[in-house]
Design a protein around this ligand. Structure first.
Ligand code: TEU
Ligand code: CA
Length: 557
């Protein structure tokens, strides 16, 4: 297995809008991040994934880019960004930028040109199709609800948008588009960045002819996933991007793949191929959804299912490719509210989930705020929501005649805004995030859950995170080792062995709110184990696992 800095690194994800506001306009900004670089360094992480900071009208909080080579006004200037890069590099922290190239904003210059006329030189930069006014070119559903097509009165054609109406899909079939994208990527790489997180990357290749999907909902629309997920030219274009851009640099790349099959994943991150370094798969993000993709549906999930997912991905990629380990990000509810217990055992379960992140095979990603155990905001009033996906869903359900209460019950635990409330720095006004009015409300629990309160305090989630981050960095067996699950049928406790050369670890994690037992067979000799890390003060009894207990043992041999 090849050793790489990005395998050994630990990523911290920053959602700039909600991280730290330096000028009191209520919106987090780049200077705000600069003011916190010491905090980031102190945490021990060594890679930052920065969500989009490019020019954008913010229909989808920066994922609708109107200029790839400039910075969003609210976030600051290019000089600020350069200073941030410099401050991070001074501290040996790498910077990964978010690359959104499946689509642009409808306010991007290319689209403004493209929509002018059918013979505009930029027309073919996007996906335009004939269709009658009331009849879209096909029945594809947008990932954010409604048809994936928008009619343009002026040229009497439709354009494709897999996400919001303000996010037209780029036409990757056009080699000029690809060349523009590669030039832009090189431009950023030459500015000194350390890699890219590639947004919704496996949607770039659409099947020729854009056929109707047969898998439709009551309204006659369906996600045409068979026609645009991992499409025919996906791997070819990624290889082309690699050879032309990041492959020439010592860069890290991670591809966000909402749906991907085993073969596609193995191709995408195969070490013997020239595509990407690692993948974000969504299997565990869908565990608590009822239907494939119905974002606001719910089902109860089992720990055995969770184990199976991670086992599958390990077996698939071990020695062949590389995985990313994450439990949440800006698109999902808070990890502790979803996989832990954000009430009675918030502290224990936050630490337990952090232990999971730091002991699994694959590069760990910490989402801002998880290191202090931030929880879902569960806003009950639609006025509090900002996310385009949530607002579209609300509108759609209203039109269908659903009751306000029922809609809000579905939205509250699942909305992306749960993870987008401001970072809780202290117990002062607005949690120290801003002196102005924040663009989105704070979570009301910030007086109890904040950085200042936990910094240097024994037993805090933050101090525990620092400890396990350090532990991961000092124990490369946890990075490169094999992974074997013990006591697989156990629905309450997740136990596994990590083993690499002559290092061996046993990790025991309770996902349950009562004490429970483990069955590790006779393979484990307690005498040979050294308890390295635990989220409880005393050792407890070996076979009695307390609520959300986490333990890392090292074999002494
Ligand atoms: O997300 C891509 C994606 O597949 C999402 O639609 C995800 O499934 C959804 O948010 C869950 O409901 C990326 C970004 O991470 C997201 O923030 C953007 O909105 C989206 O792309 C469009 O750029
Ligand atoms: Ca600001």
């Amino acid at each position: 297995m090849k050793k790489k800095w990005w395998k050994e690194g630990i990523v911290y994800q920053i959602y700039p809008r909600s991280f730290n506001d330096s000028n009191g306009d209520g919106i987090g900004d780049i200077r705000g991040i600069i003011n916190k670089v010491d905090y980031i360094q102190n945490l021990g992480v060594n890679i930052i994934w920065l969500n989009p900071v490019y020019k954008s009208p913010n229909d989808d909080n920066g994922y609708d880019i109107s200029d790839y080579m400039d910075i969003m006004n609210e976030f600051g200037t290019m000089e600020d960004w350069e200073e941030l890069l410099e401050e991070l590099h001074k501290r040996k922290i790498k910077l990964i930028m978010d690359l959104v190239v499946n689509h642009t904003s409808d306010e991007h210059e290319w689209f403004l040109e493209s929509k002018k006329s059918k013979d505009n030189p930029y027309r073919d930069y996007y996906i335009w199709k004939d269709g009658k006014k009331e009849k879209e070119p096909n029945n594809w559903l947008s990932i954010f609800g409604g048809s994936a097509w928008k009619y343009d009165e002026n040229t009497e054609q439709y354009y494709l948008h897999l996400f919001s109406k303000k996010q037209p899909d780029l036409n990757w079939e056009n080699s000029e588009v690809r060349d523009e994208i590669y030039d832009m990527m090189k431009w950023w790489l030459d500015k000194g960045i350390d890699g890219f997180r590639l947004d919704a990357i496996n949607l770039i290749s659409k099947v020729k002819g854009l056929p109707d999907t047969t898998d439709v909902n009551d309204d006659g629309y369906g996600l045409g996933t068979d026609y645009y997920v991992n499409g025919p030219k996906f791997h070819k274009w990624i290889e082309e991007a690699n050879i032309n851009t990041f492959g020439k640099y010592d860069a890290m790349t991670v591809g966000e793949c909402g749906h991907i099959d085993d073969e596609g994943a193995l191709k995408l991150v195969g070490e013997s191929r020239n595509e990407l370094d690692m993948i974000f798969n969504f299997d565990h993000m869908k565990l608590d959804l009822n239907e494939k993709i119905e974002r606001f549906s719910h089902r109860e999930w089992k720990l055995t299912e969770f184990k199976e997912i991670f086992e599958k991905w390990h077996r698939l990629l071990y020695k062949k490719g590389w995985n990313s380990i994450y439990l949440g990000n800006h698109d999902f509810p808070r990890a502790v509210s979803r996989y832990g217990n954000d009430d009675e055992f918030r502290v224990e379960s936050s630490k337990m989930l952090g232990t999971f992140l730091m002991t699994m095979p694959g590069t760990p990603y910490i989402y801002q705020g998880d290191e202090i155990g931030m929880t879902n905001s569960n806003f009950k009033d639609i006025e509090k929501y900002r996310d385009v996906e949530t607002l579209n869903y609300y509108k759609e359900q209203k039109e269908k005649g659903l009751k306000e209460e029922e809609i809000m019950e579905k939205i509250a635990p699942k909305s992306r805004d749960n993870a987008r409330t401001p970072m809780q720095w202290n117990s002062n006004e607005n949690a120290g995030f801003s002196t102005g009015t924040p663009w989105i409300d704070l979570n009301s629990n910030y007086k109890n859950i904040n950085v200042e309160d936990q910094m240097g305090k024994k037993g805090s989630v933050l101090e525990y995170y620092k400890k396990i981050i350090r532990y991961r960095k000092n124990n490369l067996g946890l990075v490169y080792g094999d992974f074997k699950i013990l006591d697989k049928e156990n629905e309450k406790v997740f136990s596994y062995i990590r083993e690499y050369e002559n290092e061996k670890y046993l990790i025991i994690l309770s996902f349950f709110e009562k004490e429970s037992k483990i069955n590790l067979g006779n393979k484990i000799d307690e005498e040979k184990l050294e308890l390295e890390i635990s989220n409880y003060e005393d050792r407890g009894k070996f076979y009695n696992i307390r609520p959300y207990e986490a333990r890392i043992y090292k074999f002494t041999r």
